[in-house]
Design a protein. Sequence first.
Length: 535
Amino acid sequence: MSALHIDPIPAPTGAMALETYELTKRFGSFTALDHVSMKVAPGTVHALLGENGAGKSTLVKCIAGFHRPEEGSVVTDGREQGIANPVIARTLGIGMVYQHFTLAPGMTVAENLLLAGGKTQALIDWKAKRRELEQFLASTPFRLDLDARPSELAAGEKQKLELLKQLYLRPRLLILDEPTSVLTPQEADEVLGHVREFTRSGMCTVLIITHKFREVMAYADEVTVLRRGKAVHNVGVGYTGPALLARYMVGEAADQAIEEEHLSPVHAVRAPVPEAPGRVGKAPNADRAALDVQALDVMGDRGTLAVRGITLSVFPGEILGIAGVSGNGQRELVEALVGQRQRSAGRVAVMDQPYAARREENHRLKVRSLPEEPLRNACVGELSVAQNMALRDFDLPPLCQGGRLRFGAWRSRAREWIAGYGIKTQGENAPIRSLSGGNVQRAVLARELAGDINVLIAANPVFGLDFAAVKEIHTRLRGVRDKGGAVLLISEDLDELLELADRIVVMSEGRIVFETPAASAQRHVLGAHMGGGHH
């Protein structure tokens, strides 16, 4: 019988050619992917751009075996594949790094790497394995201490470890889902620079989901824009620019965009950057701060100080931006300012009056807030849209007369706001948790921006929202400033701060470590301070 012995076909190695053909995926009556065809050349970085809900994650999950498409096919190296589950994807050489870390916190870097490889023996020859891991690390541009634990690593190092876990498995196609969302600009540039080197060396092909135009222009070879489940723009990066990409993302007259830009590779290198709006800076009569914070200390959840001696002032007619990588005390600062967390030391004043964030003070001193995750922090999910819109003033005229609550007035005002803010809801009596994230944020905005405002505290106000909602909320924040309000804007998105703020301060490890006028701010300088490089 030995004559029948056939050598198995050796598995291909090196960068994979990937193609999706008419890929369609439905969830019930909702079509998440609508006949998407895309080609990714081997040894390239291919970016996937699109608003939230455009279908980016669904597309990569079909490629990585987490979803089964109803129609169409995934083709690798010219062969159609039935990728029924992630195990099959892995045997084909497809690896994926997620937006959220999946590290085992109690294990060392070395142990996390071995764990990623799967098939570990019950008894490990650590000497041999360490040699193997050290050789592997030497073949990558990353430097990590094999004995460190994830709890000791900075966000950028954790992201590198997630990448190393995948690279250890020698993937032929590496899918990255917003890998830089937790990194400083420097760390992002470092990680993406390395990723590009891997593709250039022919080791693997990279498909990266991002929402940052800068990353697409700087690191990708080609880009596919998805809109409402359809691929609307497939182009080499040299032939496009941020303005054109943005228009395809939101579906605004793409033809007109092409005509206006007459793009050739030469133009694309100097891709147009939107002009910052005319900055008003401090209003001339603003010699006193609207919000004044002095030597504020705030405890974190772990019993250590999360905010250390912060002093800052925001003036009428000014947006002060607070930049920083997530987890450097911004959340605790906001919670202390809006009354959701105790202050350990220091004082806060609004319009020269002491401010402890009580409801009565919010009314009298006209302080409003747009917290992060509004459904959790600014709403009562079970209550209706109208009831949530009345939380600030349900006990004041005209919503309350002679001690009686006037529900008709609540509802009619809610209907006005729903129309004015374009809130998509089944009506003012629908529970607010039935609304999408963008519409919850619009409902909170309507409530918080009604009437005169001295101080508005906004924390990541557009996180997770689509392009149209982002644009609208940004316009409304500028509106508060232009009417003389003071806006404290905390954001993890540097582009947002550079676009909106008049001044920017950087928070690192609970302290303010840098301040600059936004008009002359330089991204790399901000990034260095965000990374704690200048203490």
